[in-house]
Design a protein around this ligand. Structure first.
Ligand code: HEC
Length: 475
């Protein structure tokens, strides 16, 4: 049972008298203010999501009304909690504090509003196919990525560093995986087997590492890639495939990327801008880029910036904010990417050698606190997205569907949304996105989607401590 603190009662007592007043301040009412500015990270019902819950009576940064007002006004350095004092008046910030107190009280009394988890008959009906959701497995935290092995084992990374193995209905943890730097959005991220796994047994992992680097005297980290093998429940034979020198690491807890694509013996992977947006344009920095290396970590002799002064040799394309999805079109082999944008700027791009995708010089989005980033949406020498979302869906992973169970979805691009809790189906024709359908909603924040070997689609949801579901055709 939650304790009701004196200050909360005080805040509640003042609601009656200030409620009318606060609705006159500024344009909209406070729930609109919250929905527009805060819900993307703290959840539509303040239940938490990308950022902490504001209704569980657990406070990391101070618990009094004036603490909350200060946090909202000044932000929290090196997190995505930016200062709102520049865009929201003192009165609006005060009304948000009261709103947080109100909701905290309601949740203490009644619990969180129920998530409408399934349609009444359990069948989701979409334009082309109907399906049901089946639970396949569950983690103990945010599940970030899945991989399917030929012996029907499913591997799942959990962001706090655990690598799970699901086999014959049993879950066990793989011992000996690399230590991860758990900071904000960092941790254990992507996993994929080598295309020739059947012969070489290699499995690749991406994670955020801190190897002693600092930035302005704070611990700093960057995305790293290793490969290893799994033998008798142990991670063994580890080899470092990619990491950036520690002096290029940043202390921010944001935007690590990362997904893998293997093509013709090369490994492609993206690293987000790591909270240092201008570095996405700086070729001497690893962040904000898509990289290309040989599958053993060597630098290919035909990478685009080998002759550019001070440029890092692994860079393939640049000007990216946070590439969180990467996959090859099953028919054309084109490389598609989705990028978690700022507010209003989630993008999908077609990635080509040496090109600049524009962040933060051009974008369709603005900062989370409503301040502008740039007035430019296009510029000579910078690529346009193939599709973008306003409002943002808080995009994460994606995959082209290549299975047989949903024939009309063949070669469609499935894209997950976190804050929006949506699964989108994009139809691509001749390199252009021609339609965008939401096929699933309100099933938790969705981290990733997979065209699975059994011909269905798997999704990773943050429901119930990280749940793996599959979409099964319904007759
Ligand atoms: C882009 C994401 C994002 C948005 C948008 C955002 N926050 Fe935050 N917020 C965070 C993060 C990250 C933290 C830090 C959580 C932590 O330290 O674990 C945080 C922390 C907080 C805290 C302190 C929580 C604690 O436990 O001490 C409060 C209060 C808060 N935010 C209120 C707001 C309000 C009100 C808004 C809207 C005006 C807002 N936030 C918008 C990301 C966000």
């Amino acid at each position: 049972m939650k304790t009701i603190h004196a200050y909360t009662l005080l805040a509640l007592a003042t609601i009656a008298t200030t409620a009318t007043a606060q609705f006159r301040i500024g344009s909209g009412d406070v729930s609109e203010l919250y929905a527009n500015n805060c819900a993307a990270c703290h959840g539509a019902n303040l239940e938490g999501g990308q950022a902490s819950s504001l209704v569980d009576d657990t406070w990391i940064h101070g618990r009094t009304d004036s603490d909350l007002a200060r946090i909202i006004r000044e932000g929290i350095p090196d997190t995505t909690m930016v200062p709102w004092g520049t865009t929201l008046s003192k009165q609006k910030i005060r009304s948000l504090v009261i709103f947080i107190r109100e909701k905290g009280q309601i949740v203490a009394r009644e619990g969180l509003p129920q998530n409408t988890f399934l349609p009444e008959d359990g069948i989701f009906r979409t334009a082309e196919h109907a399906f049901t959701l089946e639970k396949v497995g569950q983690g103990e935290g945010i599940l970030w990525a899945l991989e399917f092995l030929p012996d029907d084992t499913i591997l799942a990374t959990q962001r706090n560093g655990t690598l799970w193995q699901f086999k014959d209905g049993q879950r066990s943890a793989i011992a000996g995986t690399p230590e991860v730097w758990q900071n904000g959005q960092g941790g254990l991220l992507e996993i994929q087997k080598h295309p020739d796994y059947a012969n070489n047994g290699w499995i690749y992992l991406a994670y955020s590492e801190n190897v002693g680097g600092t930035e302005n005297d704070r611990p700093a980290g960057m995305t790293a890639v290793v490969r290893g093998r799994i033998r008798d429940g142990q991670w063994v034979d580890q080899e470092k495939i990619y990491n950036a020198p520690p002096h290029l690491h940043t202390s921010a807890g944001a935007h690590f990327g990362t997904r893998f694509v293997f093509q013709d013996g090369y490994l492609y992977f993206g690293i987000g801008d790591r909270g240092r947006q201008n570095q996405a344009q700086d070729l001497s920095r690893p962040n904000g880029k898509i990289h290309r290396i040989h599958d053993d970590g060597r630098v290919p002799a035909d990478n685009p910036f080998l002759d550019t002064k001070d440029a890092l040799p692994t860079i393939w394309s640049y000007g990216h904010r946070n590439p969180q999805g990467l996959d090859l079109h099953p028919e054309t082999g084109d490389m598609w990417e989705v990028e978690h944008g700022p507010r209003g700027g989630d993008e999908t791009n077609l990635i080509e050698r040496g090109l600049n995708y524009g962040w933060p010089v051009i974008t369709y989005g603005m900062n989370y606190n409503g301040t502008p980033i740039t007035d430019l949406i296009e510029k000579e020498g910078m690529e346009q997205p193939k599709h973008y979302w306003v409002p943002s869906i808080a995009i994460c992973g994606m995959d082209f569907y290549e299975g047989e169970k949903f024939p009309k979805w063949k070669n469609n691009l499935f894209v997950t949304g976190m804050a929006s809790q949506e699964l989108h189906r994009l139809v691509i024709k001749d390199g252009e996105v021609v339609s965008d359908e939401i096929v699933l909603k309100n099933q938790g924040r969705l981290r990733d989607v997979y065209s699975a070997p059994d011909g269905t689609l798997y999704i990773l949801s943050e429901n119930d401590n990280g749940t793996i579901y599959r979409l099964v055709p319904s007759t």
